[in-house]
Each structure stands twice: as C-alpha cells, then as structure tokens.
Design a protein around this ligand. Structure first.
Ligand code: ADP
Ligand code: MG
Length: 294
C-alpha cells in the first residue's frame, strides 16, 4: 500500500465527515458482506418522547414522573432523556438522585427521597428484582409494544408503581441508506435491546428483514460472533455503550459520532454526523481507496 493513496482516502474521508482509524480499517470494507445496525440512535433519531404515563395502585402520575425522572437524570440513554425532558415540561425540578447505577440494556436504579427507585424493562424488573407487573399493566404494555412503543416500568419500595411509554422516530434518510448498503452488496441486520414490536415496526419502515430484538449488550456480541462463525464478514454500526463489545468484535466497527465515547473508542470508523447515508459513502470510499492502492 502506498501511504499517499491512504492519505487521499482519509483526507477525502474527513471532508465527508468520516474519521478512519487506520489502514486495516479500510482493508475490511472490501470483503464485508453483512452490516449489522443498532436501532436506537443509529437507524432511529434516538430523540425519544414520552407517549403515555399510567399508574399502578395508589401512586399518582405526578409522583411517578418525578421519581422516574430523578432516577433517570444520571443516564445518557435516549429513554432517560425523554423522561427527564417530560418531567421538566410538567414543571418538575428534577434533582440528582443518590447511589445512581445504570444497567446497560435494562434500566437504572437510584435512591430518591430515601426510596430505591427502578426504571427499566418489565422483564428486567421481574428477573433481577422479582417485581412482577399486574396482569392488566402487562396486557397494556404488550399492546403498546405491538404499536412500536418502548415500555418502561417504574418501581419503588419493591413494587411496580406505573408504566411510562416512549416513542422514537426513524431518521429521514435511513430507508435510502439501507437501499444503498444493499446496492453495495451488504445484507442489513437490525440489532436492538428494545422489544420485538418496536424492532418489527422500525425494520418494516426501513426495509430490513433480519431482526434480533430484546438483545442484551452481551447478546449483541454473540450475534456478531454467530454471523462470523457462519462465514459472514460483518460490519457493525452503533452508538451506545451497549454496542461497544459488538463494535469491537465486528470485522469493521462503525460508530455514530453523535453517540457515546465508548462506541467511538471501540470502532474503526466514525461517521461524525451520525448519518447512515454517510456510512454507505464510507464503505464506497474505502473500497475505491483500496482500488487506487492496488
Ligand atoms: P438499543 O439496542 O435499542 O440501543 P439498549 O440496549 O440501550 O437499546 O436498551 C434496551 C432496553 O433497555 C431499552 O429499550 C429500555 O427498555 C431499557 N433501558 C436501557 N437503558 C434504560 C434506562 N436508562 N432507563 C430505562 N430503561 C432503559
Ligand atoms: Mg443505540
């Protein structure tokens, strides 16, 4: 490889807003045949809004929103931002909680006004905290998920107190980007920690058939490894801390510059703007740069 050609490639890359870590990163783009895409913040805008709030038992809506937001204040996750923004719009002050702990791919815990507050997936509240949702709340949640909402259970003092649903929107250019990636011979796969209903709705909107939903961060890594074991050469695009292990394991890791530092550090290429169409450009540019070198 002549260093000049590589410099041309990376120089043009920086004009497009693509940061390439090194020559090895470009090498992988020639043989990549599969592109695994994280959903939240990658295919979707990642700017979520609260769609509904419902209480369980004696909790009031005001109490539920206030405590959930205080617990979520320490989290960078899009669902957390949605809850905090919503609470502020409702006039809550939202002060930092104590003993905050984030559980990647699941939810958060924190102590608010002396109460241990949990906000996260209903499945996680059940499996890790033995907090089960009453049947009617569960039924409503399944319905909300089927129509593309993400459901957050809110619990304190060991009981489910309510449910907050949030919604995200697909980025305007995602469908076009998936088409372009296909034209480059890449098979798209959607990978998300979110529920099956949301995953199916997003996949249908952008034209992806292969879906892995309700996947933990470790599970994301397993999906990459399984694809590689079946002979695929895999690119992974992601933005979250929960994507880091998968990004590092992929043959080509591509981070959204709009995402977390952890995702960027784990990747070979960063697309500064977070535009998926630029991801396709990055693959094309790298291949062309390689052709120049040969
Ligand atoms: P994705 O793969 O779509 O980026 P994550 O793996 O980050 O999603 O999260 C999976 C699920 O875990 C979310 O859809 C949400 O239900 C739950 N979750 C993650 N972080 C939080 C949080 N800070 N608060 C509440 N729930 C969370
Ligand atoms: Mg994400």
């Amino acid at each position: 490889a002549t260093p000049t050609a590589l410099l041309v490639g990376t120089g043009r890359g920086s004009q497009l807003g693509i940061i390439i870590r090194g020559p090895q990163a470009l090498e992988q783009t020639r043989t990549v045949d599969t592109i695994v895409l994280d959903k939240t913040g990658t295919v979707t805008s990642g700017v979520m809004t609260v769609a509904s709030v419902s209480t369980v038992g004696a909790a009031t809506e005001r109490e539920l929103v206030g405590l959930a937001a205080a617990a979520e204040l320490g989290s960078e996750h899009p669902v957390a931002r949605a809850v905090v923004r919503f609470a502020r719009e409702q006039g809550h002050a939202v002060d930092p909680a104590e003993q905050f702990l984030a559980h990647a791919g699941h939810g958060v815990q924190a102590v608010v006004d002396g109460r241990l507050v949990l906000v996260g997936r209903l499945g996680w509240l059940d499996s890790d905290w033995s907090i089960t949702a009453p049947d009617d709340a569960l039924a409503r949640s399944v319905g909300a998920e089927a129509t593309g909402s993400t459901v957050l259970g809110v619990a304190w003092d060991g009981e489910l107190r309510g449910v907050i649903t949030v919604r995200d929107t697909v980025k305007p250019r995602s469908a076009a980007a998936i088409r372009r990636l296909r034209e480059l011979g890449l098979r798209p796969v959607l990978l998300t920690g979110d529920n099956a209903g949301v995953a199916a709705a997003v996949a249908a909107e952008v034209g992806i058939e292969d879906i892995h939903s309700a996947v933990t961060p470790q599970g994301k890594l397993d999906v990459i490894r399984a694809l590689q074991a079946s002979g695929r050469v895999v690119a992974m695009v992601g933005d979250g801390i929960n994507d880091s292990a998968a990004l590092a394991a992929a043959d080509l890791g591509i981070a959204m510059g709009t995402g977390t530092d952890a995702a960027i550090a784990a990747s070979d290429i960063t697309v500064v703007s977070g535009d998926l169409l630029v991801v396709a450009d990055a693959v094309r540019l790298s291949r062309r740069t390689l052709a120049t070198i040969k």
